[in-house]
Each structure stands twice: as structure tokens, then as C-alpha cells.
Design a protein around this ligand. Structure first.
Ligand code: 6GU
Length: 204
């Protein structure tokens, strides 16, 4: 499975991409993550990617040209154009069903916004799958993109070992909201004991 991250802050992903599970998946060629800096598609000599909104108001708006040209170039790089996800607080809410749907894709482009938003024509031209990770406002889509990668790669075959298997995950079984409480050694800590039923070795 391939992810392409389109962002103004590719450095934000470096620590995350080097983390154990994802790092291992990348090394084993199960997952590929490519970083693209939207600023590289800014034409003007100042590499300007944002501008003041028409009609006034606070903040800056992401310009249409660098975003469209970046998406088109990235789509053209590789055998399939990929599924375009745009991370915005206005998007459809992310949940495990959406994660499962995304995990079926072979290639996903994650377009991360910043500032006050995207020029509306970006939506009109690209018709992206707009996704939000919750009813709150982030400074940009980068952290949301990491949330998507983190949740989707758990469902990519062979990414998890048997030990970590996703079948037991809290939301993957209908009606089962939380994984059962778990304990490891010591049997007693500050007077709190592991329930006796878990100490008998009977898995049922
Ligand atoms: Cl995807 N982006 C931003 N900027 N804020 C958010 C979000 C995304 N999801 C929830 N809040």
C-alpha cells in the first residue's frame, strides 16, 4: 500500500515514519510513504503558497495553483492515480468503518491543509474525499494524516505480527466497544491485585 503525503511541513512526519511498526512495514515493502512539499509547486519567486482571502477576514488561504499542480504531478507519478483524501475539519468523520474502507485502496494521497483553509476551487477541481478526525480544530491536516496512516496500516495484511493482531481491536467487532481489561506482572501493585479469574490459565 502506498501513501503520498502532500504537505507544507514534510519534516513533521520524519519522527513518525521512523517509529517501530511503520518503520518495519516500510522496510518489509508492505507500506510505502512518499513525502511531497506543496511549496515545490509554487511558481512565483517567493514560493508563495497562501494569500489573503477575497472579501477580507482573518488568516490566509491556500492558493489553488500550487495545490492542483502538486496533486496532478503526484498522481502522475506511478501506475495508478490513487484515492485523494483531503484533511479538513469540514470532512466526513473518521471512524473504524472509514478506516476499513481506506485500507482496501492500493494508493492514497493525503492532502494536508494549513492556515484558514483551501481555496474553494481546489474542492471543485479535485473532488477529494474530505475527512475530519473529530469536532475540534487542528492547526493543520498533518497530525490527522498520521492518524489515518496509523489506523489504516494496522489493517494491511502482514503489517501486524500475530502478537499485535488487529482482530481483537476494540472497534473491529460490532457491539464490542472496549477491549477487556488486561494485566501483566506484578500480580499485586500498591494493594491492587490482578483479578483471580485471569490467573488460572483458562483462556475462556
Ligand atoms: Cl483533518 N484538519 C484540521 N485542520 N482540523 C481538524 C481535522 C483536520 N480534523 C479535525 N479537526
Amino acid at each position: 500500500m502506498r501513501f503520498d503525503l502532500l504537505t507544507l511541513f514534510p519534516e513533521m512526519f520524519e519522527g513518525y515514519l521512523g517509529q517501530s511498526l511503520l518503520k518495519r512495514a516500510i522496510k518489509r515493502d508492505l507500506v510505502e510513504v512518499m513525502l511531497h512539499n506543496i511549496r515545490d509547486w509554487a511558481e512565483n519567486k517567493h514560493k508563495k503558497v497562501d494569500d489573503r482571502p477575497f472579501g477580507g477576514g482573518p488568516g490566509m488561504v491556500l492558493k489553488v495553483e500550487p495545490v492542483i499542480e502538486c496533486v496532478e504531478a503526484v498522481r502522475g507519478d506511478g501506475p495508478r492515480p490513487g484515492h485523494l483524501v483531503m484533511l479538513t475539519p469540514q470532512g466526513r468523520p473518521l471512524n473504524q468503518a472509514v478506516v476499513e474502507e481506506l485500507a482496501q485502496r492500493e494508493r492514497i494521497l493525503l492532502l494536508c491543509g494549513r492556515y484558514e483553509g483551501f481555496d474553494e476551487r481546489i474542492r471543485e477541481i479535485l473532488e477529494p474525499d474530505e475527512i475530519s478526525i473529530g469536532d475540534f480544530v487542528l492547526n493543520g491536516g498533518e497530525v490527522a494524516a498520521m492518524v489515518i496512516i496509523d489506523s489504516v496500516i494496522r489493517l494491511v495484511p502482514d503489517v501486524l505480527g500475530d502478537e499485535e493482531s488487529s482482530g481483537d481491536d476494540s472497534f473491529s467487532q460490532p457491539g464490542r466497544l472496549l477491549e477487556f481489561a488486561q494485566y501483566t506482572r506484578p500480580r499485586e501493585y500498591r494493594g491492587l491485585e490482578v483479578p483471580a479469574v485471569l490467573l488460572g490459565g483458562n483462556h475462556e
